[in-house]
Design a protein around this ligand. Structure first.
Ligand code: HEM
Length: 461
């Protein structure tokens, strides 16, 4: 192994003041930092802050090495697992933040509820909630679409996975989510101990309390009947380990909060960026409308209709390429190893930046163009594997990917059949890369009715 062959990168940042300044700049323009260094140093580069060495990889083969071929030598890093400053502070030891045998067991437990077959039963709920959303819209209203999408996806996760209409909890969860996203990014630049009651600290504690309150309430509600409702919450609480012990309330809380947050924020952002792209690309939008009008004739989509909506699926996939909601995720090396001919010392953090890979002219012609045709079955088969990783890959691939794809297509089909979403002339929406890729300052858009269609009676219970 080439023990001392390290990837290129900017000079190490030494000294507390320089490090603070660097972290603060990074927080302000994280994406700019990645793009600039990728241009300067290529598909694998490193940066060093004090003793911390971090690699960034954008090459599909290297991504495959980390996520699949050498997956057993990597774990989730402290950005996820640190219970003081990482995601685990809020999510606890849930699927997204746990490691090792514990993670394996929990993954086996949750997987059946999100299996492609199982989620088919969720299609009607998804469409009904989408209809409920558009029914509340008024023609020509200007709305913050990011709020609409967040509310919609949150209600869908609540209903499908926990059998709860969480409409009353939407504001609390939304506030908690915002705090978590900022804390995760800005918290890295904070060097104060967490017992110092700064405003950020107080907000973080409040967010954790709100999530606890909601999840323990759902757990207690289930315990009043202990009935197998066939939903994920029942499965979690009824599952027994080898010693016939049930999961503690705390562990159930961690999984519940994880799925609740991971299961709505990403899909909401996928839809946000899809609306943004459609508004800017009238030819794509016209094709989408033509497919929806022909296949659905004004009726709400069903699961069976998805087969007849290939262009809708291509639009979603292309939007996930240009704006991958999980634009970057990372691992830590558990031992000394090698990738791409470079030495990776134990404890090095390796970040996979799907955003850069998805925009690289090495793998995509005209990478900035919104061209759903890239995802016809033939074109998709010709793509470089791991040049497209919106859901990650390997053993820790997104457990909700089928759920998310089905949901995004059904919601897009339901809403786009009825409404066209418009930007104001000259309106530019900037990216805000937090844990997920958000539109900065929300997504104000005007909703215009496309055609008056009879919306059927809704049954949401
Ligand atoms: C468009 C929507 C979504 C995107 C882009 C997305 C993306 C991702 C990515 C990239 C990962 C892997 C992160 C890593 O390797 O470190 C991941 C993991 C995960 N996702 Fe998703 N996700 C989406 C929707 C969902 C949904 C709907 C759910 C649940 C209902 C979900 C639950 C999870 C969980 C629990 C994990 C952790 C899995 C594990 O480590 O075993 N996601 N997601």
């Amino acid at each position: 192994m080439s023990q001392h062959h390290f990837p290129p990168g900017p000079p190490p940042i030494k000294g507390a003041i320089a490090q603070l300044r660097f972290l603060s700049d990074l927080t302000k323009d994280f994406m700019g930092f990645l793009v600039k260094n990728h241009e300067l140093y290529g598909d694998i580069f490193q940066f060093q802050i004090g003793n911390m060495r971090q690699y960034v990889i954008t090459d599909p083969d290297l991504i495959h090495q980390v996520l699949v071929a050498q997956a057993a030598k990597f774990q989730k890093d402290s950005d996820y697992t640190d219970t003081k400053r990482g995601l685990a502070r809020f999510l606890g030891n849930g699927l997204l933040t746990s490691n090792g045998d514990f993670w394996k067991r929990q993954r086996r437990l949750v997987a059946p509820s999100l299996h492609a077959r199982r989620i088919e039963a969720y299609a009607d709920t998804m469409v009904n909630y989408a209809l409920d959303t558009v029914n509340s819209w008024q023609d020509h209203a200007r709305l913050d679409i990011s709020e609409e999408m967040r509310r919609l996806t949150m209600r869908i996760v609540g209903k499908t996975l926990f059998n709860a209409d969480v409409v009353d909890d939407v504001e609390d969860v939304a506030t908690a989510m915002e705090v978590i996203q900022h804390y995760f990014v800005e918290g890295r630049a904070m060097l104060l101990p967490t017992w110092v009651p700064t405003p950020a600290e107080r907000k973080a504690r409040q967010a954790r309390r709100a999530l606890d309150e909601i999840s323990y309430r759902l757990i207690q509600d289930w315990k009043t009947t202990r009935e197998d409702r066939g939903d994920l919450l029942s499965m979690l609480l009824m599952a027994e380990d080898e010693d016939r012990k049930h999961m503690t309330d705390e562990q159930a809380r961690d999984e519940l909060v994880t799925l609740f947050l991971a299961g709505h924020e990403t899909t909401a952002n996928a839809l946000n960026w899809t609306w943004y792209l459609l508004a800017q690309n009238p030819e794509v939008e016209a094709k989408l409308h033509a497919e929806l009008d022909t296949a659905l004739a004004g009726q709400p989509p069903t699961l069976a209709d998805l087969k007849r909506l290939p262009y809708t699926e291509m639009v979603v996939k292309e939007s996930l390429r240009l704006y991958p909601p999980a634009f970057g995720f990372s691992r830590v090396a558990m031992e000394d190893l090698e990738i791409g001919g470079y030495f990776v010392p134990k404890d090095t953090v390796v970040a996979i930046t799907s955003f850069i890979t998805h925009h690289s002219p090495q793998w995509w012609d005209e990478p900035e163009a919104f061209q759903p045709e890239r995802f016809t079955p033939e074109n998709e088969a010709a793509q470089q594997r791991y040049a497209y990783v919106p859901f990650g890959g390997g053993p820790r691939v997104c457990i909700g990917n089928s759920f998310a794809m089905m949901e995004a297509q059904l919601l897009l089909a339901t809403i786009a059949s009825r409404y066209q979403l418009r930007l104001q002339s000259g309106q530019v929406v900037e990216m805000l890369p937090l844990i997920t890729l958000n539109p900065k300052d929300g997504l104000p858009m005007t909703v215009q009715q496309r055609q008056p269609v009879a919306v059927p009676e809704l049954v949401l219970a």
